[in-house]
Design a protein around this ligand. Structure first.
Ligand code: SAM
Length: 385
């Protein structure tokens, strides 16, 4: 495919996503119907689509319309390119610019548009992030780095780097977590690599790994992962020697845990109805995902005030449930991939207000400036005084 044909394909896929189809589904459907598209074409079209979704507001502003075509026009203008060079109408290229499109001069861009921030959320994010507001939102406009978690129970990070290199994947140590590698080249080869297939590395964001590294020692401790999902954190805890019980309100979401655990040579117990008390209860709660919008940009535009309010209620409910599984003197770890105080610090302040017998040991807000996604961790245990 020519570069212009890729742009036209991306514009059509973007139109479908703007009409409500998930981007992954629209991309899969396009690939299935476009046998002429090779793997490089599919990767390039995917990148164009996700770049446009991350930067939807600013690209629509520069392109003059929130349509697939408008976003692609805006993307080219954002790169300082003249869209007329690609919008030629020849072959499978986008149709030539209309006189109105050619004459369009974007008005000055407000800051929230330039940062691709949903307007209604800007005051909350600004208040939550203070000086980090603009840099963090700017980072969410970029592609996310690819990180691996090394299964350090079985291999060192340096050994993993050497093994990945044999499969043509260059990776380097990442300072955010003692298990983290950043993949520098050939990320699409990871899932076929020996290191991955042997369970020696897993795909996991570096801040997600840093959250686990910030917990008290878990070797030999019982851990309830109350919102285990696909098991990213459960596997990381098991690799540190924890005796992990994984639970999720939607058990189907845990279906990947047994094969992932088998690959990692780890043991994780699944439970639909956990009972008893644990040394550590981890609640990696459902949240706005505002810390990981560069990976899942659709979430940025789909979030509503009502949706956020619902999440606050679910988070508070999960905290209350999780407390009942805390062993006396045990720990409760509350985690989100959010950068909103209402889901993080405020949620914990309210929880501790309801539970004067508990106290905050520490909390930390990670932002993309730390290298990984935005994450929040609050570690709680029984009040000592
Ligand atoms: C952020 S995801 C978990 C990600 C996972 N811990 C990981 O590291 O891969 C949140 C999970 O919470 C689950 N969930 C939602 N409401 C819940 C509830 N009331 N109780 C327990 N789990 C819940 C969701 O099904 C979802 O899988």
């Amino acid at each position: 495919m020519t570069p212009a044909a890729r742009l036209q394909a991306a514009a059509e896929i973007l139109d479908q996503t703007l009409n409500g189809m998930p981007a992954e589904q629209a991309l899969t459907r396009w690939a299935r119907n476009s046998r002429y598209a090779g793997s490089k074409d599919r990767a390039a079209v995917r990148d164009i689509v996700f770049d446009a979704l991350r930067c939807k507001r600013s690209f629509a502003h520069l392109g003059g319309a929130e349509t697939g075509r408008g976003l692609i026009l805006g993307a080219l203008r954002a790169q300082g390119q003249d869209p007329a060079a690609q919008f030629t109408g020849t072959g499978h290229a986008p149709a030539p610019l209309t006189p109105a499109e050619a004459a369009y001069t974007p008005p000055p861009m407000p800051q929230t548009v330039a940062l691709d921030c949903p307007e209604w959320l800007a005051p909350q994010l600004d208040a939550s992030l203070a000086a980090q507001f603009a840099p963090a939102l700017q980072a969410l406009r970029q592609r996310a780095p690819v990180f691996l978690r090394v299964n350090t129970a079985r291999i060192s990070r340096d050994q993993a780097i050497a093994l990945l290199a044999q499969d043509g994947i260059e990776a380097t140590l990442h300072p955010l977590a003692p298990t983290a590698l950043e993949v520098k080249t050939n990320p699409r080869a990871i899932q076929q690599s020996k290191a991955y297939l042997d369970g020696l590395v897993e795909l996991q964001d570096a801040a997600s790994q840093a959250v686990i590294a910030a917990l008290p020692p878990v070797q030999g401790k019982t851990v309830l992962d109350y919102c285990a999902g696909g098991g990213g954190k459960a596997l990381a805890l098991a690799a540190l020697g924890a005796l992990v019980t994984a639970h999720d309100a939607n058990p189907a979401r845990m279906q990947d845990i047994p094969p992932r655990a088998k690959r990692a040579q780890a043991s994780i117990t699944l439970s639909n109805r956990p009972e008893g008390q644990f040394d550590l209860v981890l609640t990696d709660v459902p949240c706005s995902g505002s810390g990981s919008w560069r990976r899942s940009p659709a979430g940025k535009w789909a979030l509503t005030p009502e949706g956020l309010e619902k999440l606050h209620l679910i988070q508070a409910h999960i905290l209350d449930k999780a407390k009942t599984h805390m062993r006396h003197d045990g720990y409760l770890a509350y985690v989100t991939c959010s950068m909103l105080a209402s889901e993080n610090h405020d949620q914990i302040t309210a929880f501790l207000g309801r539970n004067p017998d508990l106290e905050l040991v520490k909390d930390r807000q990670f932002t993309p400036q730390d290298g990984g996604d935005g994450f929040y961790l609050a570690l709680i245990n029984t009040r000592k005084t």
